[in-house]
Write a protein that binds this ligand. Structure first.
Ligand SMILES: Cc1cc2nc3c(=O)[nH]c(=O)nc-3n(C[C@H](O)[C@H](O)[C@H](O)COP(=O)(O)O)c2cc1C
Length: 345
């Protein structure tokens, strides 16, 4: 099925062999489309499918219960693709932090050449990855954080607008302003993230000054995403209003899919005296995993973005990528030039 809004734009032409940006040249891929790190979702079958389709697939390190299992997952991904892929390392404040240095060593020892870092204080990790010649993409949500990551020596900024699934930060700046504001200041290649799901978004990102796009939610609704069919269908059925912002009052905002659990968290934290402990029982990562694996849509939280409003089917990754690239190419070649009239009539 061709999504409604896109039908008018997509032609029957084939996708170009490549799209060339500073980012595609740096990491050696055909199309400037990245599948961002996703807890419980970023496994070998999805990452390999994205890389095989010409984008950059990314495994999520902490989805693996131990650094040794991450090593095995990297090997599994290598068996599924001979194209470049990366590994995400998300650094979040935690009472019992995972052994980050051991995960980092597993990534380095496995010969991974591209890493996506996200979260707080990545300095130590970035320095170690750079010592080993690894290309580091750092995901952040504010221009000032992008500039400090650039100073830290990362190679690519991935900047997440307020629309995104996951942690949009506390500034609430949507991509339409955040991306060009960042592009005006960041000198290294930059990916636009949050709210992207089709070729229109890819062209918009390039127009706003980015060198490519990063997508999370849209890749969840694909055949290869290793999650329950009901969760994929949830994203098809959802629209641009089907998310909740949780933990606002705790200044650790998360954008998640709207369900009974996220509704409850919002309701509890609206009380002036509410604390994290009042919702802790609702937010355990293990419950989110149960939701993704069993399709029990009220088992826990599910990360999902506003781009649900643009998701209308569950294609294979290759079909999705082909559609995005064809649509983007068609807009660039046909729709946009028609707006420019040279000479006076
Ligand atoms: C199910 C899911 C899990 C995610 N888990 C992580 C994660 O562990 N680490 C991370 O850096 N980002 C995570 N993200 C955020 C994505 O990498 C990406 O930045 C975001 O989804 C972009 O916004 P979009 O969903 O509108 O495309 C997750 C997103 C989703 C949808």
């Amino acid at each position: 099925m061709i999504p409604k809004g896109i039908a008018a734009i997509v032609t029957s032409g084939s996708a170009p062999a490549r799209m060339k940006t500073r980012f595609t040249e740096l990491v050696g891929i055909d199309y400037p489309i990245v599948q961002g790190g996703m807890m419980w979702v970023g496994r070998a079958e999805l990452a390999a499918a994205v890389s095989n389709a010409g984008g950059l697939g990314i495994l999520t390190a902490l989805t693996q219960p131990s650094p040794d299992e991450l090593r095995r997952e990297i090997e599994r991904c290598r068996a599924l693709t001979n194209k470049p892929f990366g590994v995400n390392l998300t650094i979040l404040p935690s009472v019992n932090p995972p052994p980050y240095a051991e995960y980092r060593n597993a990534i380095i020892d496995s010969g991974i050449k591209i890493v996506e870092t996200a979260g707080h204080n990545p300095q130590e990790h970035v320095a170690h990855f750079k010592e080993h010649g690894i290309i580091v993409l750092h995901k952040c949500t504010a221009v000032r954080h992008a500039l400090s990551a650039e100073r830290m020596g990362v190679d690519v900024i991935s900047i997440d607008g307020f629309e995104c699934a996951g942690h949009p930060g506390e500034d609430d700046i949507p991509g339409l302003v955040l991306i060009p504001a960042a592009a005006d200041k960041v000198k290294i290649p930059m990916l636009a993230s949050g709210g992207f799901g089709d070729g229109r978004g890819l062209v918009a990102a390039l127009s706003l000054g980015a060198d490519g796009i990063n997508m999370g939610t849209r890749f969840c609704a694909t055949v290869e995403a290793p999650i329950h069919q009901r969760v994929k269908q949830l994203m098809v059925d959802g629209d641009e209003r089907s998310t909740n912002l949780i933990f606002r009052s705790l200044r650790n905002t998360g954008r998640v899919g709207k369900n009974s659990v996220s509704d409850k968290i919002v309701e509890i934290l609206r009380r002036p005296e509410a604390k994290f402990e009042d919702v802790a029982h609702l937010v355990r990562g293990a419950q989110g995993r149960v939701l993704l694996e069993t399709g029990d849509l009220d088992a826990g939280l599910v990360w999902a973005g506003q781009v649900q409003g643009l998701i209308r089917d569950i294609p294979t990754v290759a079909e999705l990528m082909d559609r995005i690239v064809r649509e983007a190419t068609d807009i660039i070649r046909r729709r946009l030039p028609a707006f420019v009239v040279d000479g006076r009539s």
